[in-house]
Structure formats: structure tokens, C-alpha cells
Design a protein around this ligand. Structure first.
Ligand SMILES: [Ca+2]
Ligand SMILES: [Ca+2]
Ligand SMILES: [Ca+2]
Ligand SMILES: [Ca+2]
Length: 544
């Protein structure tokens, strides 16, 4: 009863946040002949400048104005929105004018503690046994119907890849608990804008050293609601450190961007801005657990900007348990994620109500109910769980970050194909999860292990005459290498067919016959790579 009351109060707060209409509009110009001075944009169009100045409206760019040609204009509290949308539409050289809509985060927390007996399993994080979405042995209680293996096979996936330390994953959300030990040393810092009161990198944001807060317009994106800390931890919580939880990705960096306020809602202009920021500052994956019901050209432009820069954009289907389309999930070029329960059925309802939305734009589903994670108010309280497509989305984003860690040359389209093709189909409710694509489960429940198996090992480019090296194959005790030239110091690397590196040695390869002992390599099929600064070649080999 207590829990129901708490959830109802949360829903009320969220609804209130949504109903508070922001008096802002977004304008995109057709031509880029507008200049900035003194922090103001001069359009060169007298009518526009007069309208802006006479109305007392404030305006700010979305993304890099020179590229996006898009501004957000904040109206005065008493202004009529529709009146000004029409006034701005009447101006010359305007591509579109739209309301700056409000979207909301797609997850709700328990806000209650729950007692569990920690059982240490692989990895050694204290509460790994609660992370049924990663590894579900069928024994977890208190989370509804449980079926073993209705998970993403993370314990197998980690055998292939645990994440590239140099990769950046952006999570535009309510922010993050910046001091949390589960992300110590793993929060992205902007090397081009140290904290000195100066906008060193000239992007219009002063000292955006640890991301940005688009809600309060400052450089401290600390979480004041909890949604972002949970979502970020799902992707990136430190694994194998003996505390808390294991993130999907053990090594990469989190870019913290705050676009949702303390009621879990935020403007489309903040969302769009955060997307441009993430792309321009090197993020390879954007995980956005936010949805709004209205189509927006400005948000679509930002999503397409990410796609055109080969940045993967993952978003949530939202939680109404119907076929309502939310954005950004409804845009093309987004990988859209629904939620499953611990028995592989589409979540309906979540622990608090609602259900995972469905429709033709869904790509895959992933575990999203009773998802325990990091707290935004404590470094030691690990008893918060959340439910929503918000939680399924970062799980898929995390899997994608592992795929890109294994092979950074993958395109967004390749990633989407692999995520779809490797998903487990026909595992859910037979009435919904029919063979192949269906609107409830998309192509199926994401499977990290299968996805990583399907990622080809980094394409090997031949950088020298391919006749340089011949090898005996199959291989017994020793690898016999015939080289037509002296290659010098060369790495000899062996990968499993899944792409996991299992062996590496350095050899000084001379002209003629060379021999390297491989007696410790188990029998099987492998990929063998020769690699030095002038030469790279790979062979498929059989070890007897
Ligand atoms: Ca800056
Ligand atoms: Ca600075
Ligand atoms: Ca941990
Ligand atoms: Ca299906």
C-alpha cells in the first residue's frame, strides 16, 4: 500500500512537470548568413531583429549555430505561444518554427529499500545476483515470474569484450552523481575547456569540463532526480570491484549531460543541444531514455546529425502500454528499445504500472523491470530499482558500445542489423512474440553474446605485398612461416572466431623460414594475424 501511494505521488509530480508549458519556440533559418556578436544573433533580416528586440525575447543557439542554423527563443511568461509562432513564421528565410516541446524520462523507481542476500558470483560485484537482465539463473525472487536465461547473456559476452577505455558514451538525462565510486575515473572530461572561467574551446559553454547542465545552464550536471544515475550505471558501473553492480561496459567513459529537471522532464531544445554536444565532443553512442509525444523537426535534425557522424543513437519506446509513438524513438536512424520482464514477456505492467510501448518503429526489447542500480543520493545505498523502457535502453546502448569496442569501424546501419539479427526471437508471450519481427518485441530480446559473435573482427588491411608471408596450415606444434622478405619485429596474434584475443607474441621475422611455438594453443579454428608497422595480414587457421 505504501509503495502504491509513493508511485502515485511520483506520477502526479511527473504529470505536473509535463503540463507546465515551457514558453519557448525553436526556429531554423534557411540560410546561414546570420552572425553573432555580443552574444546576440543578428539575422541581417530587419524584421526578425525588430521582432526579437521589440518583444524582449531571449535566444540561444541549438548546437553550433553556424551549422544548425537553429535557435531556441524564450518567450515572456505572458506571451501567447501561438501568436508568436505565427509571427516568427511570417518572417523571411525561416525554414521552420515549432514549439519547444517537453519530454520526460521513461523510468520510475521503487524509492524503497529491499533486502536481498548477496551471493557473490562472476563478476565479483556485491549485488550481481540482482542483475537478472545480464545473467538470470532463475533464482531471483520478488521480481515476478522468473525464467532462467531470459537475459542478455552478458557473462558470455564479457568473455569476448569488456569495453574500450577510450570510447565515450553520452547519456543525456537527469545527470549523474559525479562523486559515485562506481564511476570513479570514468567520467569524461573535456580537455579543451579547463575550469578557469573562460570558454577555452569557444563552444559557448563556459568551463564545460565535466559535461553540461542544459536545465540550469551551468557546468555541474549533478543528478537531482535519480533517473540518470540509474541509466548511466546500467551501461558503465565499474565491474569486478567488489561493490555494487556491474555495468555492461567495464572500461569506457561516461559523458554526463543534464537535460531533464528534478521532475524528470525537459525541453526538446535541451535534448537537441545535448545530441549536438555529444557528437561534437567525440561520443560514439548516445543513450537517451526520454520521450515526448510530439514530432519535432529540430529534434529530428539533431538525431540525423548523430547518424550522419556515425554516432549510434538509442532511445526508449516509453511506458504507456500502447502503440503511441514517442520521440526520439519514433525518428528514423534511432535504435528503439522496448522492455521485457524476467520471464522474457514484454513488460506489462512494470512494477509501478504502465507497460512497454509497441509499434512498427521498435527494433528490439531488453530487460527493463526491477533494474537495480546506482543511487543519486548515496555512494553506499544499492537498494534502488527502476522500471521502464528507460532501463532497457541503456542496456542495449551498453551492448552496442561493446560491439564498437570490438570493431570501431562498424557503421550505424551495420550495428542496427547485427543487434536485430542476433536478438533472441520467439522467447516471449507467443501471442505477441511471433516469428521474426513483430510490433511488441521487435526483432526479439537483445543478446550481447550473439551480437558480439556477429561483429566481424576489425577489417585487416593488407599494407604490403601479400606474397610476403605463407604459413603451413593446419598447424601442429609450431607455426611455420615462410617470408619472402625480412619483416623484422612483428606481433603474432591469435583470435578466436568470436574475435577474442587469446594469444600474442613478438617474433623477429627474417627472410626464409621462421618458426613459432604454438603448442599451448588448444585445438580449434582461429584467426592468426601478423602485425607490424609496415605489414598486416590475417589468416584463418586450424590448430591440430
Ligand atoms: Ca566551452
Ligand atoms: Ca574554461
Ligand atoms: Ca561494481
Ligand atoms: Ca518475434
Amino acid at each position: 500500500m505504501t509503495k502504491k501511494l509513493i508511485c502515485l505521488s511520483i506520477v502526479f509530480i511527473m504529470s505536473f512537470g509535463v503540463m507546465q508549458a515551457q514558453k519557448s519556440i525553436i526556429i531554423k533559418f534557411k540560410e546561414n548568413n546570420y552572425t553573432s556578436y555580443n552574444g546576440k544573433y543578428q539575422s541581417g533580416n530587419e524584421n526578425f531583429d525588430n521582432l526579437i528586440n521589440n518583444s524582449g525575447h531571449k535566444h540561444n543557439p541549438i548546437g553550433n549555430f553556424a551549422k544548425t542554423k537553429t535557435l531556441v527563443v524564450n518567450l515572456n511568461p505572458d506571451d501567447f505561444l501561438d501568436f508568436y509562432i505565427n509571427e516568427y513564421k511570417k518572417l523571411e528565410n525561416v525554414d521552420f518554427v515549432e514549439e519547444d516541446f517537453i519530454a520526460k524520462g521513461a523510468g520510475i523507481s521503487n524509492l524503497e529499500s529491499n533486502s536481498f542476500n548477496p551471493i557473490s558470483t562472476f563478476p565479483n560485484d556485491t549485488f550481481f545476483n540482482r542483475q537478472w537482465g545480464l545473467y538470470n539463473d532463475g533464482t531471483m525472487s520478488g521480481i515476478g515470474s522468473v525464467v532462467a536465461d531470459s537475459d542478455t547473456d552478458m557473462e558470455l559476452a564479457w568473455d569476448i569484450e569488456t569495453g574500450d577505455p577510450n570510447m565515450i558514451i553520452a547519456v543525456p538525462d537527469t545527470g549523474f552523481r559525479m562523486t559515485h565510486p562506481e564511476l570513479a575515473g570514468r567520467i569524461w572530461n573535456n580537455p579543451n575547456d579547463p575550469i578557469d572561467g573562460i570558454d577555452n574551446d569557444g563552444n559557448g559553454l563556459i568551463d564545460d569540463y565535466q559535461g553540461w547542465d542544459y536545465v540550469n545552464n551551468d557546468n555541474d550536471p549533478t543528478d537531482d532526480y535519480g533517473h540518470g544515475s540509474n541509466c548511466s550505471g546500467i551501461i558503465l558501473a565499474k565491474a569486478n570491484n567488489g561493490i555494487g553492480y556491474a555495468g555492461v561496459n567495464w572500461n569506457s567513459k561516461l559523458m554526463v549531460l543534464k537535460v531533464l529537471n528534478q521532475n524528470n522532464s525537459g525541453t526538446y531544445s535541451a535534448m537537441a543541444n545535448s545530441i549536438y554536444y555529444a557528437v561534437d565532443n567525440g561520443a560514439k553512442v548516445i543513450s537517451m531514455s526520454i520521450g515526448g509525444t510530439t514530432f519535432s523537426q529540430a529534434l529530428k535534425d539533431a538525431v540525423d546529425y548523430a547518424y550522419n557522424h556515425n554516432v549510434v543513437f538509442v532511445a526508449c519506446m516509453m511506458n504507456d502500454n500502447n502503440n503511441a509513438v514517442y520521440y526520439p524513438a519514433g525518428h528514423d536512424n534511432v535504435i528503439s528499445v522496448g522492455s521485457t520482464n524476467a520471464n522474457d514477456y514484454r513488460t506489462n505492467p512494470f512494477s509501478w504500472g504502465g507497460g512497454s510501448n509497441y509499434g512498427n518503429h521498435i527494433d528490439v526489447v531488453a530487460p527493463g523491470n526491477y533494474i537495480y542500480g546506482l543511487s543519486h543520493t548515496s555512494d553506499t545505498n544499492y537498494n534502488t530499482y527502476w522500471g521502464g523502457t528507460s532501463q532497457a535502453t541503456p542496456l542495449v546502448a551498453g551492448i552496442i558500445s561493446l560491439m564498437l569496442s570490438k570493431n570501431p569501424t562498424l557503421s550505424v546501419d551495420q550495428i542496427r542489423d547485427i543487434i536485430r539479427d542476433s536478438a533472441d526471437d520467439m522467447v516471449g508471450n507467443p501471442a505477441e512474440d511471433t516469428a521474426g519481427f513483430d510490433i511488441y518485441m521487435g526483432y526479439g530480446r537483445a543478446n550481447a553474446f550473439k551480437a558480439l559473435q556477429d561483429v566481424p573482427v576489425l577489417n585487416i588491411t593488407e599494407t604490403a605485398d601479400i606474397s610476403n608471408i605463407q604459413i603451413t596450415n593446419p598447424i601442429k606444434e609450431s607455426l611455420i612461416i615462410r617470408s619472402s622478405k625480412e619483416l623484422g619485429n612483428t606481433k603474432i596474434i591469435i583470435y578466436s572466431l568470436e574475435g577474442k584475443q587469446i594469444f600474442e607474441t613478438a617474433a623477429n621475422i627474417k627472410q626464409g623460414i621462421n618458426e613459432t611455438n604454438l603448442s599451448n594453443i588448444p585445438k580449434g579454428n582461429y584467426i592468426l594475424e601478423f602485425n607490424n608497422k609496415n605489414y598486416r595480414k590475417s589468416f584463418k587457421i586450424i590448430k591440430h
